[in-house]
Write a protein that binds this ligand. Structure first.
Ligand SMILES: Cc1cc2nc3c(=O)[nH]c(=O)nc-3n(C[C@H](O)[C@H](O)[C@H](O)COP(=O)(O)OP(=O)(O)OC[C@H]3O[C@@H](n4cnc5c(N)ncnc54)[C@H](O)[C@@H]3O)c2cc1C
Length: 709
């Protein structure tokens, strides 16, 4: 906490402490006021303005410091100043005092709370930004929520101060009138309970919840509005239609069939989508062949005098296709038909919110799930089209090895393919606009990968912007800009891997009016602006992985089929991923970069894998485990692992984060010796050592000395 915060806290604590120490609360009871009422009233008659001013300030101070007794003061206002002036004075004094308390809470705690729990508060913050005034109005009208608590809690949210003041003044008015009016009859009052009859309380609650109900109703009407120009079929042929047979669509259809829904899956190209045909599977298959070649080259490190590998590039690419063919049955029409999914091949087009057209036939369903995936983004670089280029979609069909290959892009896809082609013998130049490759990953780890690339002979050019492709003397050259200077890189083939975009055109989204931005826009239930049309996977983002597509698919299937009874918000709290370069880079939760960006306090624990027995035995003694924890606690905020099988090792941390297990639990778990997984435990050990209770250890040391006699 900053010095100014400590000072404010000390002043407030002193004032509150003095209030109780001087026993001032004894004046804030009904009896006490009744006793001194005649004297106060005669003072007011003699000095009306002074009395009003003093009362106003007392009221502001009491509410501003969250002291008890606001109800008695409000009654007193009625008794001393009458209904009209009593209401005017209390209404402004209570709103001002409440705003002071609100601002104090915001000044002292808002930043710390948001920094620490910002991730989890994101949804609440968004809700408060959108509907904060309504919530506050409801809270103000219902006496069950103590006013001082409302002031303090609202200070922690992002609600605007002016909104807080205005809504408080209006929302507190009804109760102020009730209490001030009761104060005018003070002589007859024996207890505060006499003021609020059950009928009056009920009426206030109704006024309080009315805006919320009205808001829900307005949402409902708005949601229905999008359907206005369509006529809903009376009956549906199916419960669910899924567009796209990639990871997202397959899992959606699988879950729907498992719960006995009638579901149709439409795929225009190959079942399995990107992951099986042009993404995860072929990229991992080519990386494996490339790794074997790298091991052959490193033969001496393993104690072998010499080793050589003879290979033909086209045979490696055929193996890639063989791997795809072997996995294909997992995603096949036959398998899914057997599971109870109707699989159709053809281009699906949404024609209205319940109807999809395929092969000239119109199918209807209660709900539609869009799982149309994404495609490579090709930047508008002059001359690129004319020169011809490869993408992650087309690269798998080449059979001739590019001699000089440029890989445009330093993200995960570009980096994996860079290393694979370099190891297979292409002379690869990787071009990245940003200052480093793998820009979303930990800086130290990204540097490790870059260094490894360089030692393997890859020309990594970061901070380099591709501008144009030119033909010079029948040779293709990429013209780039680095530090304001032009560079030319000659090449035979160029692979564009600068990112992927959602597939949004050509299947009815625009015509029907499904809202899109960079992706199909969805809410937390994965509903589009048409509540019965859902979207998941790459087409909806924000992540572009097979496992996140499958994760989202569960929510789409369940919400689409059972949403009228219960809907689930998609949970992105623990999302892991890996980049399968060497060293492999895996990550879950926060890394340092993100923690700093989001202003989240963290403690960093590092375990270098070059010291791990198994890694040494395997000649893979490189890499690192980096764990971010809540300062002073073993609660894990995020982990990055670089090294052999990092993507497998991180599973333990994913489990721990998902189920709230801390580093102490990982340390207390037996890990098999000698395995790479021991790195996880050793990282937890490094953390434990840093948190050893030094005072206790000194006492134990003395105990040992004493026991030795
Ligand atoms: C080179 C590369 C490597 C990757 N490696 C990994 C990895 O290691 N791990 C990982 O998790 N992720 C990886 N990914 C990402 C992963 O492949 C995607 O996140 C995943 O495939 C997304 O699945 P999806 O179902 O959303 O989309 P897709 O797999 O693209 O499926 C969409 C399907 O919809 C079909 N379709 C589209 N429009 C229509 C229509 N109108 N009618 C009928 N059918 C339609 C398409 O033909 C396609 O088959 C990689 C991607 C690439 C390109």
């Amino acid at each position: 906490m900053t010095r100014s915060r400590w000072i404010v806290l000390a002043v407030i604590a002193t004032l509150i402490g003095a209030f109780f120490a001087l026993d001032l609360d004894r004046y804030l009871t009904l009896e006490s006021f009744q006793q001194s009422r005649a004297a106060i009233e005669s003072y007011r008659a003699a000095h009306p303005w002074l009395a009003a001013g003093a009362f106003f300030l007392t009221y502001v101070a009491a509410t501003g410091l969250s002291l008890p007794g606001a109800a008695i003061l409000t009654l007193a206002a009625g008794a001393i100043f009458g209904l009209l002036w009593g209401v005017v004075i209390v209404s402004f004094a209570s709103s001002l005092g409440a705003t002071l308390a609100f601002l104090t809470s915001r000044f002292l705690l808002h930043d710390a709370i948001q920094a620490r729990y910002g991730d989890r508060l994101r949804a609440i913050n968004a809700g408060v930004k959108r509907d904060g005034a309504l919530y506050l109005f409801t809270l103000r009208l219902i006496p069950a929520f103590p006013f001082f608590m409302v002031n303090l809690v609202m200070g922690l949210t992002p609600i605007r101060t002016a909104t807080f003041y205005g809504v408080s003044q209006i929302g507190m008015l009804p109760l102020t009138i009730v209490f001030v009016n009761a104060g005018t009859q003070l002589a007859k009052l024996t207890s505060l309970k006499d003021i609020l009859s059950p009928g009056l309380l009920g009426a206030l609650v109704l006024i309080g919840v009315f805006p919320l109900i009205a808001r829900k109703f307005a949402d409902f009407v708005n949601a229905r509005k999008v359907y206005a120009r369509f006529s809903r079929p009376k009956q549906f042929d199916r419960n669910l239609i899924v567009i796209g047979g990639g990871s997202a669509g397959l899992v959606t259809a699988y879950i729907a069939a498992a719960v006995k829904a009638k579901v149709t899956l439409i795929e225009k190209a190959e079942m399995g989508g990107d992951c099986l045909n042009t993404g995860c599977v072929p990229s991992k298959a080519i990386l494996r062949s490339a790794k074997l070649l790298d091991h052959v080259r490193r033969a001496r490190e393993f104690g072998l005098r010499a080793a050589a590998a003879e290979f033909d590039f086209s045979e490696v690419m055929q193996r890639v296709q063989r791997v795809i063919k072997t996995i294909e049955p997992h995603d096949s029409v036959e398998r899914y038909t057997e599971l109870g999914v109707e699989c159709l091949k053809g281009h699906a087009k949404i024609v209205d919110p319940w109807t999809v057209e395929v092969n000239g036939k119109k199918l209807t369903a209660q709900s539609i799930v869009i799982a149309a995936g994404g495609e490579p983004f090709v930047p508008p670089i002059k001359g690129l089209k004319e020169a011809g280029f490869l993408t992650s979609e087309t690269v798998w069909s080449i059979r001739e090895q590019p001699k000089r290959l440029i890989v445009l892009g330093g993200g995960p896809i570009g980096s994996e393919l860079t290393q694979a082609f370099a190891r297979l013998g292409s002379q690869v130049t990787q071009v990245e606009m940003l200052p480093r490759i793998l820009p979303r990953e930990d800086e130290e780890v990204a540097r490790m990968v870059m260094e490894r690339f360089k030692t393997e002979g890859i020309d990594v050019r970061v901070g380099t912007k591709a501008k144009e492709v030119r033909f010079v003397d029948n040779e293709k050259r990429l013209v780039c800009e680095k530090d304001g200077k032009e560079e030319e890189i000659p090449f035979d083939q160029i692979l564009v891997a600068v990112g992927r975009v959602a597939r949004l055109k050509g299947y009815g989204l625009e015509e029907v009016g499904v809202e899109t931005g960079r992706t199909v826009k969805v809410n937390a239930y994965l509903q589009t602006n048409f509540p019965n049309i859902y979207a998941c996977g790459d087409v909806a983002g924000p992540y572009q992985f097979t496992h996140t597509a499958a994760h989202m698919a569960w929510y789409c299937a369940v919400n689409a089929l059972f949403g009228r009874f219960k809907k689930f918000k998609v949970d992105y709290s623990v999302i892991p991923w890996a980049t399968f370069t060497e060293p492999e880079v895996a990550r879950v939760g926060l890394n340092e970069l993100e923690a700093k960006e989001k202003n989240i306090p963290y403690e960093l624990t590092t375990y270098p894998i070059d010291d791990l027995d198994r890694a040494i035995a395997d000649e893979e003694a490189h890499g690192v485990v980096k764990v971010l924890t809540v300062p002073g606690k073993d609660k894990i905020l995020g982990v990055t692992i670089a090294g052999e099988h990092a993507g497998d090792l991180i599973a333990e941390y994913i489990l721990a984060m998902r189920h709230g297990l801390g580093l102490n639990k990982i340390l207390g778990t037996i890990h098999i010796y000698p395995t790479l997984a021991e790195a996880n435990k050793f990282a937890a050990g490094v953390w434990k050592k840093a948190h050893a209770p030094q005072g206790l250890l000194r006492i134990v040391e003395r105990l040992h000395t004493w026991m030795r006699g």
